[in-house]
Each structure stands twice: as structure tokens, then as C-alpha cells.
Ligand binder design. Structure first.
Ligand code: SAH
Length: 279
């Protein structure tokens, strides 16, 4: 048996969260346990938390009781704040000398417009830090019992978005080339334009028999996984009432869910949650 040669103080040394700074922080896909230590530390220090609709607000219990909480996403049918509005708000809060925590679902730099926000901060001369998070396309696959890679199935994996800023399927993706190059595809925001996406992948040579899974509300108590095939995906989406947020994963790895999918059962969390609520 070996032992740790050095015992680190816990919590680990953390960078100071200084007033006037913006931290762009990933909150992970849903399960609060998937927050990083840096994210938990930032929550405990922030004066103001600006979060998206996809962030599990349970994590806000780690925030200071007097922290201001701003919801910057869509809710109750109201339109979401525009990207320039959000960036300007972050800049104004930082200039008011607040410790600003911009909390985003998953990882801030994966299809989350964190890059745009960081550029706006640089342009405004506002200091910032980035705390990566577990993206839904990694955490969701793990909680669905679908390994993102195995030596037998795939030596490549592609992260793709099915929805461009224009509201359509992105036209800067060469879907045939993608179909030929990465054997596992992890597609974000794919539910709405699924028909076009699976059509392009099959036109690019992917078999209609290829396994596909929808992982909905991944890593939350509402997680639901629907398995299908490329050819049946649209019919199954409609018949099973698949709803966003969902990750679509295409490839042989999906079959491994038959053996590995039982490891995480969201229902197990419910008694634990009601116990903690009763405490
Ligand atoms: N930055 C985020 C992605 C934002 S784009 C990340 O790294 O995860 C929003 C899309 O992410 C959703 O439409 C959906 O495709 C996916 N997504 C985010 N959270 C999810 C979740 N808990 N379950 C399934 N899909 C999720």
C-alpha cells in the first residue's frame, strides 16, 4: 500500500476572488456534486451571481446569504437577455467593484457563449478568470452509462451543435465530412432540428441502424435516457416526448449502456433529497 506523500490543506489553496473581477464559471450539467472546488469557492465569495437558465439553482446554497442573484436566462416565456446586455451588465457590475460570478451550465467555453463574454471583458479592460466545468456531453454520457470512448469502438469523438446563432442547423459544419471522420458524435441542441441532422449524417454514409441515445436533463433527478437508432430517431423523439435540454449521442458506444446504464439511478437521489429537506 502507498500513502500520499504530502497532505495538502483542505480546501486547497484558492486564488483570491478580488472585487472588480469577473469569474466565468462552469456549474456542470446539473448534479451539484459535479461542481469543481474552484466553483464552490467562487460561490462562497461572490457579491453577485449572474446565472443561466440551465444552471441547477440548488448550487446557490453555496453562495453568501447576502449575495445578489441575477437570472440571465429564459424563464416563464420571457425572452432571454441578449448577449450584449449580459456582457454589459457583467462589465457594469465589475466596474462597481463587485466580485462577479458568471455561472454557466456545463463548461463556459462549450457552446455557452463564454468566449463572447470573455472577449467583451477584455475589450472593456475588466480582469477575469475562467473556471472550466463538466460539459453535458461528458457528464451526461457518464451518467447514462455510455463511455465517451473505448478502445474497441472509437479513437475519435466530435462535439457538435445542432443549432446556430441564426436559429437553423449550422451551415459551417460539413456534415458529410463529420459523418466520415468521427465515429462518436455528441450533439448539443439537436432536438429541434433532428430531422435535418440525422438526414445529413445518413446522406454522409452513416447507417440508419447505428445506435443513438437522447440523454435528457442529464445528471439531474429528471434525467431520462431514450435509446434509438439514426433511422428511427425522429419517430422515437416524437413518440417518447423527448424534450430539451438533451444531448444526442450517435455511435457504437451507445450499446454499452445495456451493460453499464444501471450504475446511476436518479430515483435514488429523491429519498436522499427529501431527507436533507426534512433536516
Ligand atoms: N455550456 C453547456 C452547453 C450550453 S448549450 C455545457 O457545456 O454543457 C445548451 C445545450 O447543452 C442544451 O440544449 C443541451 O443540448 C445541452 N445540455 C446542457 N445541460 C444539459 C443537461 N443537463 N442534460 C442534457 N443536455 C444538456
Amino acid at each position: 500500500m502507498t500513502t500520499a506523500s504530502r497532505v495538502l490543506p483542505f480546501p486547497f489553496p484558492q486564488p483570491p476572488f478580488l472585487p472588480g473581477w469577473v469569474w466565468l464559471v462552469g456549474a456542470g450539467p446539473g448534479d451539484p456534486g459535479l461542481l469543481t472546488l474552484h466553483a464552490a469557492h467562487a460561490l462562497s465569495r461572490a457579491d453577485v451571481v449572474v446565472h443561466d437558465a440551465l444552471v441547477n439553482t440548488d448550487v446557490l446554497c453555496l453562495a453568501r446569504p447576502d449575495a445578489e442573484v441575477i437570472h440571465a436566462g429564459k424563464r416563464g416565456g420571457k425572452p432571454s437577455a441578449s448577449q450584449p446586455d449580459i456582457s454589459n451588465r457583467l462589465i457594469a457590475l465589475a466596474r462597481a467593484n463587485k466580485r462577479v460570478l458568471r455561472l454557466k451550465g456545463g463548461d463556459p467555453f462549450i457552446f455557452g457563449r463564454g468566449g463572447e463574454e470573455a472577449r467583451a471583458l477584455v475589450a472593456a479592460g475588466v480582469p477575469f478568470r475562467v473556471v472550466p466545468g463538466i460539459t453535458a456531453g461528458i457528464g451526461g454520457l457518464a451518467y447514462a452509462g455510455i463511455p465517451a470512448t473505448t478502445r474497441e469502438t472509437n479513437a475519435a469523438i466530435a462535439f457538435v451543435t445542432g443549432h446556430a446563432a441564426s436559429g437553423t442547423v449550422p451551415d459551417n459544419v460539413d456534415w458529410s465530412a463529420l459523418a466520415q471522420s468521427a465515429s462518436v458524435l455528441v450533439i448539443y441542441m439537436a432536438v429541434k432540428h433532428l430531422e435535418t441532422i440525422v438526414g445529413r449524417l445518413m446522406a454522409g454514409g452513416r447507417s440508419p441502424e447505428e445506435p443513438l441515445a437522447f440523454i435528457c436533463s442529464a445528471t439531474t433527478t429528471r434525467q431520462r435516457v431514450v435509446t434509438s437508432t439514426l433511422g428511427r430517431a425522429v419517430a422515437d423523439r416524437d413518440a417518447q416526448g423527448v424534450e430539451a435540454p438533451a444531448i444526442v449521442v450517435v455511435g457504437e458506444v451507445v450499446r454499452l449502456r445495456e451493460t453499464l446504464g444501471a450504475w446511476w439511478d436518479p430515483a435514488e437521489l429523491l429519498p436522499a433529497l427529501s431527507e436533507s429537506a426534512a433536516e
